[in-house]
Design a binder for this molecule. Structure first.
Ligand SMILES: Nc1ncnc2c1ncn2[C@@H]1O[C@H](COP(=O)(O)OP(=O)(O)O)[C@@H](O)[C@H]1O
Ligand SMILES: [Mg+2]
Length: 596
């Protein structure tokens, strides 16, 4: 019983493929039909050889001609069958793979943010590429061959028995030997295959890191060290693959020698039977021919088996992804922007990133309000949890206790589309997708007219720099926007937020990335963006803080105090300290200076 369960366990990925097989039912049905045709034609060929030989031995020319004519038809039919088989198989595999690939991609998009922070992008990438490719066998050739080969062997055996039972019986005794060796190999190959696929995942991750971190690799002269590490990894992979190759070659040599021995053996015994007049020459020819149909599946099974194991190991990695619990049932859709009526409330919010109890407490009992129409600034030392508060409001993570409410409604219960319909977010470092500047702006509003794009870019102080680029709005921004400067990227992000036009604005103010001039431009753009919206900003600049209706001071995940600048300066020592170190050195804008 246990053994059966274990067997089921190890082939479960195969069963998980069934829905995909089902969805292509008619194609698999056709493949099965062809499979039987294929078996039939092999048996028929043995029959033909047998009768042609006997006719030749008997010098029966009329019969010989007829048989050869039948043979010619057979060649045409079998050619067609092989074409149909190969083409249909490829088509089925490609279709199933496409479908699976789409499912996995969609599933990835439904995963919570935590899913991504816990996995390496390279490993995910490897699953969608290497593993999906390696799965091919489990859904196509190997799957069919695993069905076809035993069937083929069985039918050949039955036919062998009808030709000469004594000879057939002798051959039969050797069959179980081949099967036993095959199943022993299978388990081992499987484990090894799993390790190979995992290693491939790690390797892809490392390459992805190397490419993304290329500048750092250069800065710290890490080239040699990285190359050596890569070579160590590929060496490990190579050893694993060689281990597999060795086991496989061994098995293949064994089964092939076994096949040849069997062949010679029956030829010998058959010749004796002929000498004794118990067997015609044609029957022996047919028998030997058929024997090939018996032996080649048994020895070919090893190759199929090998491919299947690797394939199953890859399937496991794919299904592991599909098993990850999605955050939403449906992918969100854009909806019309909705106004914010009352405001946002953080109520006794506590949070930690790790799921275990001993992971660091990042937010501890934070409560504050962002009334509709007002501007609230979050200040606090680095690592205090400011960005994390944004993440909770955006629904990237859910609080451990307490809640974040928007117009009195817990963010957790508001769907993603509803939530994003009210929130615009300009993160500290902007991500731009590969493509042109126009493409990137259109992500925020696909239906925007050219005039609208330009208006937004002008508002964001981005139009002038865009026009100074050789291809204007059609300029490619490069991977992650790498062909633009930090300030330019930021202004595009602001233009994007302007197009998105949500009533609430979350701003993670950038400090370091900007030089004096672009800082000025970005500041102006931000002021325009914030006008008329409810704004929650992480502020590093005195000017923005002075304009805020309320300042929330955060330290080590706790709200230390909140109020306006003058009050806080008088009563909050942390705020006074931050002011002293961070803000004060900044030259005051004239208007703001008057307000202090
Ligand atoms: N994805 C994450 N996983 C685990 N810890 C994180 C993650 N993001 C941030 N942290 C930790 O949470 C704390 C608060 O981070 P953050 O909210 O980004 O601070 P701030 O924006 O105030 O500088 C930091 O100690 C940081 O190390
Ligand atoms: Mg931050």
């Amino acid at each position: 019983m246990k053994a059966i369960l274990r067997l089921y366990e190890s082939y479960r990925p195969l069963f998980r493929l069934l829905p995909y097989v089902k969805r292509h039912g008619w194609m698999y049905a056709a493949l099965f039909l062809i499979l039987f045709l294929d078996i039939g034609s092999s048996l028929f060929f043995a029959w033909l050889i047998m009768h042609v030989t006997d006719a030749a031995v008997a010098a029966d020319m009329g019969r010989l001609k007829l048989l050869l004519a039948v043979g010619a038809v057979f060649v045409a039919v079998s050619g067609l069958t092989i074409f149909a088989n190969s083409y249909l198989q490829a088509m089925t595999v490609n279709k199933v793979r496409k479908m699976l690939s789409n499912d996995v991609y969609r599933h990835l998009l439904k995963q919570p943010v935590r899913f991504y922070s816990e996995r390496h992008s390279g490993d995910l990438l490897s699953r969608l590429t290497n593993d999906l490719q390696a799965m091919e066998n489990a859904m196509g050739y190997s799957l069919l061959a695993l069905i076809q080969m035993p069937l083929m062997a069985g039918m050949a055996l039955v036919y062998l028995f009808t030709l000469n039972w004594q000879l057939a019986l002798l051959c039969l005794l050797l069959g179980p030997l081949a099967l036993g060796a095959g199943s022993l190999m299978g388990n081992w190959l499987r484990r090894n295959g799993r390790t190979v696929q995992n290693e491939l995942g790690r390797l892809t991750g490392f390459v992805a890191d190397t490419i993304a971190g290329q500048l750092i690799v250069r800065t710290f002269a890490l080239g040699r060290q990285f190359a050596e590490r890569y070579e160590r990894d590929t060496e490990r992979l190579y050893k694993l693959e060689q281990k597999e190759a060795k086991a496989f070659s061994f098995y293949r040599a064994g089964s092939s020698s076994f096949g040849t021995a069997l062949f010679l053996f029956s030829l010998g015994v058959g010749s004796i039977f002929i000498a004794q007049g118990k067997l015609t020459v044609g029957t022996l020819m047919g028998f030997v021919m058929l024997l090939r149909q018996l032996v080649s599946p048994l020895s070919g099974l090893s190759g199929v088996w090998n491919a299947m194991q690797r394939s199953l190991a890859a399937s496991e990695r794919i299904f592991e992804l599909l098993d990850a619990k999605p955050e939403t049932g449906e992918l969100p859709q854009r909806t019309r922007q909705k106004p914010l009526l009352e405001g946002i409330r953080f109520e006794r919010v506590s949070f930690r990133y790790g799921e275990s109890a001993d992971s660091a407490q990042v937010l501890d009992n934070c409560s504050f309000d962002v009334p509709a129409g007002q501007t609230v600034a979050l200040v606090g030392p680095s690592g205090a949890g400011k960005t994390t508060l944004f993440h909770l409001l955006l629904g990237f993570y859910t609080p451990e206790s307490g809640y974040v409410a928007m117009d009195g409604c817990d963010v957790k219960t508001i769907g993603r589309s509803e939530l994003t319909a009210r929130l615009g977010y300009v993160p500290q470092d902007t991500y731009l997708f590969s493509g042109s500047i126009r493409d990137n702006l259109l992500y925020a509003k696909p239906e925007a007219a050219e005039t609208e794009l330009i208006a937004a870019a002008k508002h964001a102080n981005a139009h002038d720099f865009i026009m100074s680029l050789p291809e204007g709005y059609d300029t490619e921004v490069g991977e992650r926007g790498g062909k633009l400067s930090g300030g330019q990227r930021q202004r595009l992000a602001i233009a994007r937020a302007l197009l998105w036009d949500a009533p609430v604005l979350l701003l993670d103010e950038a400090t370091s990335a900007l030089d004096g001039e672009s800082e000025q431009l970005v500041q102006e753009a931000l002021a325009r963006l914030a006008a008329g919206r409810t704004t929650l900003m992480i502020a590093h600049r005195l000017s923005t803080i002075l304009n805020a209706d309320r300042i929330v001071v955060l330290e080590s995940g706790r709200v230390v105090d909140q109020g306006r600048h003058a009050e806080l300066l008088a009563r909050c020592p942390l705020y006074a300290r931050l002011y002293e170190h961070q803000f004060r050195s900044e030259p005051l804008p004239e208007k703001a200076a008057a307000a202090v």
